[in-house]
Write a protein that binds this ligand. Structure first.
Ligand code: HEM
Length: 408
């Protein structure tokens, strides 16, 4: 056993037992961040804190939520919203947080794409990030079932119906997923378990892993500059004004963290503005009607953050639709392997890739808009279909245009 001295402080006591000083160095004071990054690099910490808000508000909601088909709707819309003190506040925080976490996740992803932060040793950061995106999608979908309103029921029906398509019908897959012929108690029970237990646990593990993947390659910077982190860190540690000025890095805590906290301050002003004055953007009016298996809503659509992939699914028949949907959800995973250029640089300096980036962004926005509109209008249906084909075409051309890119 190691040698233990009488500790003079709690810090020292902990240090002797779990090496808290080493941990602080690894996670904070000697975790080096490049100087030349902008506010977009605060999105990761904003995501982590928003997830924290979702956990805390979720725990409060869980105290009164009733996971039964008879009790769920009233427990949310009546008990929590009108009877429990500040129940409405926790619900608004949870709803707004769920919507904003996707907005910030998309900004975070497209920042990574723009600056090429998924290349040269950063592949695992990207892959673990995408894993988080998929997990968050499952978390949001399962959560959407819980109020057991009309949209919960019918979105659950439409999405699980995907697994009854064409050849899958024979295997009874959809009944297996639902635990019944239609969404009912078994369905609500399993989605409740996923939403409050299994998925949050896996997400926490995913976030720890994502943070771990950042440690060795370090975050990228807005010039795509290859920084010698060790040499720059030595300069910083010299401590003189000149050395610190010449160093290309700063320690995460307290220096960079203070910048993060500033951006987070701005974000939370917007967050709470939405929570208090504009929460309805995060809640669908149709979901304020209780689930009714005999009354199909005129137009069934998911929350805004799923609209682009929902629109991709629409033009295709069932089997192909499911495959197209699965590819759309997962295709971003392959980015580090489809981008064949070794250049780590902002898209603005990468010729054709720059055009590719903006086309992809515009395409995803178009799909989102079209996904919200009813498919009955032939013009919108055609635009949606063209955008869906464009989405796949863009991914097909990516290896070609990046192979042609000149080495810088
Ligand atoms: C809850 C989910 C997530 C959390 C908490 C999170 C957290 C973070 C943090 C703290 C950073 C470092 C600072 C920064 O660049 O912002 C980071 C970097 C990064 N994340 Fe995430 N992230 C999440 C989701 C994602 C997703 C969905 C992707 C996309 C695939 C992703 C890809 C990346 C990449 C590529 C970097 C490196 C950026 C660079 O090197 O400049 N992350 N993440």
């Amino acid at each position: 056993m190691a040698h233990f001295k009488k500790a003079k402080s709690i810090g020292e006591w902990l240090d002797q037992r779990i090496g808290i000083e080493t941990l602080k160095k690894v996670m904070q004071s000697e975790y080096w961040i490049p100087k030349n990054i902008n506010f977009l690099w605060a999105m990761g910490m904003i995501l982590a804190t928003t997830f924290g808000m979702l956990l805390i508000s979720g725990v409060f909601l869980l105290m009164y939520y009733v996971p039964t088909v008879e009790g769920a709707f009233d427990s949310v819309n009546y008990t929590i919203m009108t009877e429990v003190g500040y129940g409405w506040l926790w619900r608004h925080i949870h709803g707004v947080g769920a919507s904003l976490v996707f907005l910030i996740m998309y900004i975070h992803m497209f920042t990574g794409i723009y600056y090429g932060s998924y290349k040269k040793g950063r592949e695992l950061i990207w892959l673990s990030g995408m894993l988080l995106f998929i997990l968050f999608s499952a978390e949001a979908f399962s959560g959407y079932m819980l109020p057991w309103g009309q949209m919960s029921y019918w979105a659950g029906m439409v999405i699980t119906n995907l697994f009854s398509g064409g050849s899958l019908e024979a295997y009874g897959l959809v009944e297996w997923i639902r635990g019944d012929y239609v969404p009912g108690q078994a369905f609500l029970g399993r989605f409740f378990m996923l939403h409050v237990l299994l998925l949050p646990l896996v997400i926490i593990g995913g976030i720890v892993f994502h943070f771990g993947t950042l440690r060795l390659p370090h975050v990228n910077n807005q010039e795509g500059e290859e920084i010698d982190f060790e040499a720059s860190a030595r300069l910083w540690k010299e401590g003189t004004v000149e050395a610190r000025r010449d160093s290309k890095v700063i320690p995460f805590s307290p220096v960079f963290l203070s910048k993060d906290v500033f951006v987070m301050g701005v974000y939370f002003i917007i967050f709470f503005y939405l929570v208090f004055f504009n929460f309805d953007f995060a809640m669908d009016p149709v979901n304020f009607d209780p689930a009714d298996g005999l009354k199909t809503p005129a137009h069934i659509y998911p929350e805004w953050y799923f609209l682009w992939s929902y629109e991709i699914l629409r033009p295709f028949s069932k089997d192909i639709g499911l495959i197209a949907f699965a590819i759309a959800q997962g295709i971003f995973l392959t980015l580090p392997f489809l981008d064949l250029s070794p250049n780590v640089a902002p898209a603005s300096r990468r010729g054709l890739f720059h055009i590719w980036f903006w086309l992809l962004l515009i395409d995803v926005l178009t799909l989102t808009l079209m996904g919200k509109l009813p498919p009955t209008d032939p013009l919108f249906a055609t635009i949606g279909m063209v955008a869906a084909y464009t989405f796949f075409a863009l991914w097909l051309v990516l290896p070609i245009i990046t192979m042609l890119e000149k080495k810088k």
